[in-house]
Design a protein around this ligand. Structure first.
Ligand code: C5J
Length: 226
């Protein structure tokens, strides 16, 4: 077992039973010219976490530990998209309609691809999820169970929507969850900060939050003493 400095107290991970989950680092949310940008959000906040997220992915790749990439994505016929999700809000471009990078939130469209710097490698799990949470209608729990995974390290966007939903769903399924602070972001700084406080409140009611450097140091330290 490896102990990682974290909040609300040290997180203990089980090497061999730990996977990384990178939530929705797709072009439409992150790149200038994408849907998030078209909605008037400051996407530079999300772009800024790419180097740290790449470094986190690198820690897992170096050890051959499982990596899951998710995309918020619907089938081309939108049969997996509830009408309520399409109707919601007052956006000028809705799910399935042509946006700046192709049809919004539709599998295979340019905007639905994960940003090039974080592109999945062969053998990594890629999940198209129709909801905010990563377990709804994806079969991911069964795949993680088959791999014997008990611990999940989280990264991605946005902290308060798809990351938090996925982490809560994972917590309810019994996974021990750690969110890496530098590898997650929101269009709203106060939402990121609040989400982190919610996660660690009441003794870690949803899980733990830690720093990339502390995870790196803990993994390297464990290997030195092995
Ligand atoms: C949103 C997400 N915000 N990935 N998706 O709609 O957080």
């Amino acid at each position: 077992m490896i102990s990682v400095k974290a909040r609300p107290y040290d997180y203990t991970l089980d090497p061999g039973k730990t996977a990384l989950v990178v939530i929705d680092m797709q072009r439409d949310f992150i790149e200038p010219g994408g849907f998030g940008d078209a909605l008037g959000n400051d996407v530079s906040r999300l772009l800024a976490i790419i180097p740290d997220t790449a470094a986190l992915i690198g820690l897992f790749r170096a050890r051959g530990w499982p990596i899951v990439h998710t995309r918020e994505a619907h089938r081309a016929d939108l049969s997996d998209c509830p009408p309520s999700k399409i109707r919601r809000g007052s956006a000028s471009v809705r799910i399935g309609e042509e946006g700046p990078m192709g049809r919004l939130l539709v599998t295979g469209e340019p905007g639905n691809q994960i940003v090039a710097d974080l592109a999945p490698k062969d053998g990594e799990i890629v999940i198209d999820k129709p909801g905010k949470g990563m377990f709804w209608a994806t079969g991911l729990h069964e795949r993680l169970q088959d791999l014997g995974i008990t611990h999940l390290v989280f990264a991605g966007v946005t902290t308060e929507v798809c990351v938090q939903t996925s982490m809560r769903e994972a917590n309810d399924r019994g996974y021990e969850c750690l969110l890496i602070e530098e590898a997650t972001e929101s269009y709203f700084s106060e939402f990121k900060a609040s989400t982190i406080e919610m996660i660690v409140a009441q003794g870690g009611i949803v899980g733990w939050v830690g720093k990339l450097g502390d995870l790196d140091a803990a993994l390297a330290g464990a290997e030195e003493t092995a």
